[in-house]
Design a protein around this ligand. Sequence first.
Ligand code: ATP
Length: 248
Amino acid sequence: SPQRNILAVNNIEVIYDHVILVLKGVSLTVPEGGIVALLGANGAGKTTTLKAISNLLRSERGEVTKGSIEFEGARIEAQTANELVRRGCIQVMEGRHCFGHLTIEENLLTGAFTRRDGHAAIKHDMEMVYDYFPRLRERRSSQAGYTSGGEQQMTAIGRALMSRPKMILLDEPSMGLAPQLQEEIFEIVKKLNRQEGVSFLLAEQNTNIALRYATYGYILESGRIVMDGVAKDLRENEDVKEFYLGVG
Ligand code: ATP
């Protein structure tokens, strides 16, 4: 049977402050169980695309003015970010948004805020997060603000996992991390995808690492998708090599 899409973005336009047109008709799909990379330079519109999907644009005075967004076949443009989290679609923001004054464990617990099941289920999932991120178990009582960049990124992803997502929108997971830690984070993304069935749409400036872990990629330039294809083909494409992989 044909593969179902967990997410379908159809020709969306986003305008900030009523006049600044930033997304000029962006379409993309994420198959169920897929890892899809959204690539492009700083300012291309990656974060705007993720925020349009998770309905986080309003606080930035941004608005989806055209197009449609479907999650599991249902239109979601009118759903609040919290409603979306409840349905299984959550964004991990760029810059590892943690609560710096809370411990790692308290940060993880805040990720369960939309859940209505009991303490035991939440405790169980916390152990699951610690199994994926053993470092977080070791540092569970440390104040998040004093942990390393890698640990904060892990905490941000772990916090998202506490909502039991079907899909995670991951914004620049590699940002500011040493290459070995980037690899560690992407390995965990792969494991979560394989073992928990979580689908990923990840925005990345680091084309090289993203295309090694993703199955499919889209390249965004000035608010338009200029190229897309299976990751392996994009890695071998001469233009991608020249402009995005730093070889050529
Ligand atoms: P980055 O890697 O910096 O996150 P990006 O590809 O995610 O880059 P966006 O952050 O989506 O790009 O920004 C796309 C464009 O929209 C940029 O030109 C940016 O200046 C503009 N922009 C972003 N947020 C706003 C806002 N709140 N008001 C006006 N313009 C904005």
